[in-house]
Design a protein around this ligand. Structure first.
Ligand code: NI
Length: 180
């Protein structure tokens, strides 16, 4: 119910993800547009931050801005693979990953965020080409998450449209609070 509204919980600045009951073909167009705009919005969110600001947690005990900026393409690379599996196999079982541990791997601290911004831009370029080409038949497809069960591609599209905004808002809300 609160999706799209600002929330007081710093973990969920745009609210938690709520799976829509129905997704129309126009909704799909809008969700894909959100995914298409995420790389530029992430880029803008981190623009002109100093190394110290990038190493600031977005909330007490939370990921740093740098970890958030690397996490989004990590997550969306997994998502892209899941879409491709679902479009080429029947109900493929996908591989979850430990995002908290991924955020601790040395490439997160060691890679300039500009690299992840370019990765994100190029990844979304391909992902959006794929999403815009999915047929009506294709939108009936799904993958199977070992813990969550069947995930229809429409629901996953809604989730990742939310996911990009969710993490970008972690950064933009931090900047607002700090006056950066
Ligand atoms: Ni995430």
């Amino acid at each position: 119910m609160n999706e799209g509204h600002m929330s007081d919980d710093p973990r969920y600045p745009i609210g938690r993800f709520h799976s829509p009951d129905t997704i129309t073909s126009q909704d799909r167009v809008d969700l894909i547009s959100s995914i298409a705009s995420a790389p530029a919005l992430l880029c803008r969110a981190v623009a002109d931050l100093t190394p110290e600001q990038l190493d600031t947690p977005y909330r007490d005990g939370g990921w740093t801005v740098r970890q958030v900026a690397h996490h989004v393409p990590d997550s969306h690379m997994n998502a892209y693979i899941r879409f491709k599996l679902a479009l080429t196999e029947v109900d493929p079982v996908i591989k979850p990953y430990r995002e908290g541990e991924w955020a601790q791997l040395p490439d997160t601290a060691g890679t300039p965020i500009e690299t992840s911004l370019v990765l994100m831009e190029k990844l979304h370029e391909r992902w959006v080409i794929l999403l815009r080409a999915i047929s009506e038949e294709g939108w009936n497809r799904q993958f199977v998450h070992p813990e969550m069960g069947a995930v229809p591609l429409e629901r996953s599209t809604a989730l990742y449209a939310w996911h990009g905004k969710h993490h970008i808002a972690h950064i933009t809300e931090l900047r607002k609070r700090r006056g950066w």
